[in-house]
Write a protein that binds this ligand. Structure first.
Ligand code: PEP
Ligand code: MN
Length: 357
């Protein structure tokens, strides 16, 4: 063996010895972490780190300079603190850490959200009349759709705007379920309404304006129907996830997340669709994620490419508004597709959907 090879062999032995010591150090650090948790003291203790660094510098005989030793040990301390923090971390029920496999929200009519297929939730902004909803429902059934949306309780910016038909609206929606077998998706704005609405609705929607209405979220958690939770107008992804956790921690794990755009300085669209929220939610939680292309863009001319983008980044489906005569719609008149526009939108997005099967 040459001198160089001998030295290299020795270096490898030292590497393994260091690794062994690091492993032992990590195990001891974890035990210290448990003691700290029991005692309720902070995991990170800068004073203690400083003392240990000073001891090491005192003992340092070279050849490494004091600063190099400091740096190396600081990295080791950091890794140990992270180990201690990781064992203290409480995982959310909605997190993938807690449940690695996807949640699939299934319905008696065969629809499944969050599984292999991509799904669509189309329908008018508001329920206005039997005829209006029926025109859309008939079209959806003919297209093989499994859901229809429509608001009966409308959270409007102005108190003078149409507030929805209330229970009458839900009754109209229920007729569509009976006639066409469509699952009914409709918004609830009052915690006291879940019980009444339960006889009409298959998916309770919680709208953007109520994403942090914690009493509503708690009641949604007590329901045994799926909840479609929309992201708040100015909610961070973390806040959105915590809102879902409110529902889950109150007993309901059937949650569908819906990114619907957030408020930014940009005026070219109604809201700014946070497309990156989709893969972030898919990675961080086990819940299905939809993208609402109507309320995010507010623009019919870009809904199709945006909907395609949503599917491309991993959304489990798309929501969009369709009205037989948008010009006279009582809400969101400017952005609902008419049936003809919907025909071409649907043909294209359904083609895109098949790319992912
Ligand atoms: C809706 O979907 O009917 C609605 C009001 O949307 P958002 O809560 O996202 O504004
Ligand atoms: Mn709307």
């Amino acid at each position: 063996m040459t001198e160089l090879n001998q030295l290299r062999t020795r270096i490898e032995e030292i590497n393994f010895a260091i690794l062994e010591l690091l492993t032992e150090r990590g195990e001891v650090a974890k035990k210290i972490g448990q003691e700290k948790i029991k005692a309720g003291t902070d995991i990170y203790d800068p004073q203690r780190e400083k003392e240990m660094l000073n001891q090491l510098i005192e003992q340092n005989k070279g050849p490494y300079d004091d600063n190099v030793i400091k740096q190396l040990f600081k990295e080791i301390f950091k890794a140990s603190t992270e180990l201690q923090q990781a064992q203290n971390e409480k995982h959310l029920l909605v997190s993938r850490k807690m449940k690695p496999e996807d949640t699939i929200v299934s319905f008696p009519n065969g629809a499944a959200v969050g599984g292999q297929d991509k799904i669509f939730v189309f329908g008018p902004c508001s329920v206005e009349s039997y005829e209006q909803v029926d025109a859309v429902a008939r079209d959806l059934a003919a297209k093989g759709q499994k859901f229809i949306r429509g608001g009966a309780f409308k959270p409007r910016t102005s108190p003078y705007d149409f507030q929805g038909l209330g229970e009458e609206g839900l009754k109209i929606l229920k007729e569509m379920n009976k006639k066409y077998g469509l699952n009914i998706v409709s918004e609830i704005v009052n915690p006291a309404h879940f019980e009444m609405a339960d006889q009409y609705v298959d998916v309770f929607q919680i709208g953007a304006r109520n994403m942090q209405n914690f009493e509503l979220l708690k009641e949604a958690g007590k329901s045994n129907k799926p909840i479609l939770l929309k992201r708040g107008l100015a909610a961070t992804i973390e806040e959105f996830i915590y809102a879902a956790e409110y529902i889950h921690s109150n007993g309901n794990s059937q949650i569908i997340m819906c990114e619907r755009g957030i408020r930014t300085y940009e005026k070219a669209t109604r809201n700014t669709l946070d497309i990156s929220a989709v893969p972030i939610l898919k990675q961080g939680t086990h819940l299905p994620v939809l993208v609402d292309v109507t309320h995010s863009t507010g623009r019919k001319d870009i809904m199709l490419p945006v909907a395609k983008a949503a599917l491309a980044v991993g959304a489990d489906g798309v929501m969009a508004e369709v009205h037989p005569d948008p010009a006279v719609a009582l809400s969101d008149a400017g952005q609902q597709m008419d049936l003809q526009e919907f025909d071409s939108f649907f043909a294209e997005i359904d083609k895109a959907r098949q790319l992912y099967l």
